[in-house]
Design a protein around this ligand. Structure first.
Ligand SMILES: [Zn+2]
Length: 146
């Protein structure tokens, strides 16, 4: 799958919407920055620079905010599959699979994203860490994938 097709699939699977509930309830600088950026925004409005500066922040988001804004992190990860955002995303998707509330189509897209990143980062599709990451993400997200 090429990146253009994957981006189209991402836009199709994750409609834009604001989060009505809490974004990141914790009281610290990192969570404050998340609230300041993401409140009243949709995932397509989140700048790449913000995602890069907050590559490890996904675990801080509420489940509702995680579902709404994960595609912003995904978009950056597939554009630069060897960079930190992509590496952190794979770790997040396999070690902390927060699948609650995701649709089958979204889960399938997440598996395609993992396949794309592990096939296109500098380590390549036969690297043991990539193989392991893809297998774990498939196992976690495949339970709800279409
Ligand atoms: Zn915090």
């Amino acid at each position: 799958m090429n990146i253009r097709a994957l981006e189209e699939q991402l836009h199709d699977a994750f409609p834009e919407g604001q989060v009505a509930g809490e974004i990141a309830p914790h009281d610290c600088e990192e969570c404050f920055a998340l609230r300041a950026m993401l409140e009243g925004a949709t995932w397509r409005e989140v700048p790449a620079e913000f995602v890069k500066a907050n590559d490890g922040s996904l675990p801080l988001l509420t489940q509702e905010a995680y579902r709404a804004f994960l595609p912003a992190w995904i978009l950056q990860a597939i554009r630069e599959p060897s960079e930190e955002v992509a590496g952190m995303l794979l770790v997040n998707l396999k070690h902390q699979p927060r699948t609650e509330g995701f649709t089958p189509k979204q889960a399938s897209t997440i598996i395609d994203v993992a396949r794309f990143i592990t096939a296109n980062n500098v380590w390549g599709p036969i690297d043991p860490v990539n193989v392991d990451s893809l297998a774990e993400i498939k196992a976690a997200w495949g339970k709800i994938a279409a």
